[in-house]
Design a protein around this ligand. Sequence first.
Ligand SMILES: Nc1ncnc2c1ncn2[C@@H]1O[C@H](COP(=O)(O)OP(=O)(O)OP(=O)(O)O)[C@@H](O)[C@H]1O
Ligand SMILES: [Mg+2]
Length: 382
Amino acid sequence: MSGIALKNVCKMYDGAHYAVKDFNLEIQDKEFVIFVGPSGCGKSTTLRMIAGLEEISDGELWIDGELCNYYEPGERGLSMVFQNYALYPNMTVYGNLAYALKIRKIPKKEIDEKVHKVAKTLEIEHLLDRRPAALSGGQKQRVAIGSAIIRKPKAFLMDEPLSNLDAKLRAQMRIELAKLHKELETTVVYVTHDQTEAMTLGSRIVVMKDGVVQQADTPQNVYNSPSNLFVAGFIGSPSMNFLEAWVSVEDGRTVLYPGGSELGKKVYLDGERGELVRQKENGKKVILGIRPEDIYEYEEAVEKGFAQNCQGLEETVVTREMLGAEVILYYESQERTHAVRLSPENQTQTGEKITLYFDTEKIHVFDMETEENLFYREDVQA
Ligand SMILES: Nc1ncnc2c1ncn2[C@@H]1O[C@H](COP(=O)(O)OP(=O)(O)OP(=O)(O)O)[C@@H](O)[C@H]1O
Ligand SMILES: [Mg+2]
């Protein structure tokens, strides 16, 4: 059982500036938890506090049911893998893998067995005699992970371990990390900037901003039901599109006017969602959010049955990105660039006009002041 719990954990620098504020999270045994957020939001600081490399200013850190605030890093039973994987340059791969066991005075034969087992798992057996300088980035990364695994830690803490690798190698290592996590059945806490890593590796994603947790949930819930405007804009690539819209009620239906009623463009919100928006925001301005994949051209909108819920917005394509499996068209609206993800057969070119329809079931509505997602309900998430 290797659960990690953070209770109101804070990190303050210089007695004034909070790098991390009231961080609350219960990490279950064997969970793969990802910290994401913009640069400087406190991801590394939080991870380093768990590792014991950074003092906790306030709050409690529990590992395996023990209060660990004042435990030395070595007493916590955790293994850390950094972005700049620290390998000993003068030792061979074998020496690097064996090091942690040697200093624990484990018998040579046992070390030898363990090194070979780990090397086999990571497919680096043929590299055991080489020194780090003679390895590729991905190979070094594997050795670093190997030397973390071999200690059989209660949990792995990883800070952007793949960020020095090129895109292809990253993708490959990502898949291997996922496999490894399954095999080892160990708790992992993992920091990344990378959307794809966050979405694919994590059993849970913790989105941070300015030292504060914005949402901690499964990748799917964070994507489909972001708690607020920040999370909605941060998770997903291209980002969710945002439009200011006015809320009104017409013939008993809730209607949003992107850009104001004078433009005459309408988006209807029916059912419970419409009811909620009408109760809270009637007559007010809100932020309408729609993901690039939830926007369609007329024919598909008719096919999917929502063309009548939404008037088409006529836009001019400013950029066209053909990605093979899909085409992304960019247009400008309300002084922002918006994206729509369409099938690669779509032939609309830069400079041409296109009429777009929102899947009204997929629209998010954010309060202008609190920036909270009106449709987010924490109780449904758990
Ligand atoms: N030793 C320090 N003294 C003062 N401030 C610090 C110190 N270390 C970090 N900070 C500040 O704490 C905040 C959080 O830093 P942290 O390294 O945790 O961010 P991060 O989310 O890991 O960012 P990145 O994605 O760039 O690695 C930042 O504002 C940073 O400037
Ligand atoms: Mg960092």
